[in-house]
Design a protein around this ligand. Structure first.
Ligand SMILES: NC(=O)c1ccc[n+]([C@@H]2O[C@H](COP(=O)([O-])OP(=O)(O)OC[C@H]3O[C@@H](n4cnc5c(N)ncnc54)[C@H](OP(=O)(O)O)[C@@H]3O)[C@@H](O)[C@H]2O)c1
Length: 393
């Protein structure tokens, strides 16, 4: 697998040397081609050295005679060279480098190893990995950012007899496969950390632990072993009540299985819903869903009065109230989904309710009662669905 590295510094040196030693052609890049060329030559020499005992399986399996291919190029040449492109530059230069690298990263696996310039300068509202994705159009996987560069020089990185696990956050299957291959090439264990939306957590974790290390603390000591993590069960909120004193829904655990909330790709995990609850958006949604349903029901009542000749004045304003509440419900559903990160489908159903409401009004206005009434019943059904869903949370 050809690897283009944006960067010719420490991380490019450590990772690129290992991958070159494992048989991958590598191209590094920097601001000065002469310096990058010298760096490539150094890496070639390092990668050609015999692998020590315990070296990664991929590098150990390499033919001793196989030629190590490390070269240097411009930012754009490295981006074009790589079947996978690794971003290993200082945050300060990221924008300029990506600009200079050009469009050839679009659709490719892009491994982002970058961290904030300093732990206290990390801005979690502007994740670096997302910025790289938006800038390049590549399939970004966040990886290798949690450990100091010296760890990536180890062959292999093993601590207390355990190979280092490398968390990967990305959305694209092929890009994740490429990242796993690169992790395995170092003799490490790839660990699926979820989608790219969780890369921010990896970046924040790096900022946090680096801050601890800078302060001289043993950051590894802050985490208990898995057996004491309390997360080796499935949290289920949907399997009925657990019998707690006040009858609230409580999570249950099924021993021996993974925490459901952390199975990558799960967007509607109980823990996520708990976040939405805590933010207050869920409560707001419950209230708006009830008001909306009541307004739709009231329309049925005033429609009956309208047909019997009474209450004509209320059906029109009632429709306005339904549209207004439909809009409010949609806004709250989106807020609940995004900042709270609850389920996204209530927002889609809310869009459907809002649009159907408009269609229904138009049908009513044009006298198409045969379609107006069943559509109203459909609207009511959708509204009740959201009420039931939200009040079961
Ligand atoms: N070092 C670590 O222990 C470690 C661990 C995990 C993650 N990281 C992250 O990995 C990335 C690379 O780190 P590194 O240790 O390889 O850094 P480095 O040795 O300082 O190399 C930085 C690379 O960025 C390039 N660059 C482009 N624009 C730049 C600018 N405006 N200012 C500074 N450099 C610029 C440099 O180009 P030139 O070659 O032309 O100088 C160089 O190739 C960083 O985001 C860092 O946070 C580092």
């Amino acid at each position: 697998m050809r690897i283009g590295i944006l960067g010719a510094g420490n991380m490019a040196d450590a990772l690129g040397t290992q991958w070159a030693g494992a048989g991958h052609p590598v191209m590094v890049s920097g601001r000065d081609l002469g310096r990058s060329t010298a760096q490539a030559a150094k890496m070639r020499t390092q990668a050609t050295r015999p692998r020590p005992v315990g070296a990664s399986a991929a590098s150990a399996a390499r033919e001793p005679s196989a030629e190590v291919d490390v070269r240097a190029g411009t930012w754009a040449e490295a981006a074009a060279f790589g079947e996978v492109v690794v971003v290993a530059v200082r945050e300060a230069g990221l924008g300029d480098v990506l600009q200079a690298a050009g469009p050839s990263m679009r659709g490719k696996p892009v491994i982002d190893v970058t961290n904030a310039a300093a732990p206290d300068r990390y801005d979690s509202t502007r994740p670096i990995a997302r910025m790289i994705r938006d800038f390049t159009g590549g399939h970004v996987v966040k990886a290798f950012n949690l450990c100091h560069v010296d760890v990536w020089r180890m062959t292999p990185p093993v601590f207390d007899g355990r190979p280092l696990a490398v968390p990967l956050c990305g959305d694209d299957r092929d890009a994740m496969d490429a990242a796993r291959t690169l992790v395995a090439g170092l003799g490490c264990t790839p660990l699926d950390g979820g989608g790219l939306d969780r890369a921010m957590q990896l970046e924040a974790t790096a900022a946090f632990v680096i801050g601890l290390w800078f302060g001289g603390a043993d950051a590894q000591a802050i985490l208990p072993p898995l057996a004491s993590s309390g997360t080796h069960g499935v949290l289920t909120y949907d399997e009925g009540r657990s019998g707690d004193d006040d009858g609230r829904r409580m999570p249950r655990r099924s021993p021996g299985t993974m925490l459901e909330a952390f199975i990558p790709g799960r967007r509607r995990s109980p823990v996520v819903t708990e976040v939405a609850k805590g933010s207050g958006y869920m409560t707001a949604f419950k209230v708006v869903a009830i008001l909306n349903t009541a307004a739709v029901l009231a329309q049925a009542v005033t429609a009956g009065q309208l047909m019997s000749g009474a209450g004509a004045g209320l059906h029109g304003p009632g429709a306005f109230v339904v549209h207004l509440l439909g809009l409010v419900q949609l806004v709250v559903a989106v807020l609940m989904w995004r900042p709270g990160r609850a389920a996204g489908w209530p927002a889609l159903v809310s869009v459907a309710i809002l649009l159907l409401g408009f269609v229904q009004s138009m049908l009513g206005g044009s006298g198409a009662v045969a379609a107006h009434v069943p559509l109203g019943m459909g609207l009511f059904g959708l509204s009740v669905w959201l009420v039931v869903w939200s009040w079961r949370r």
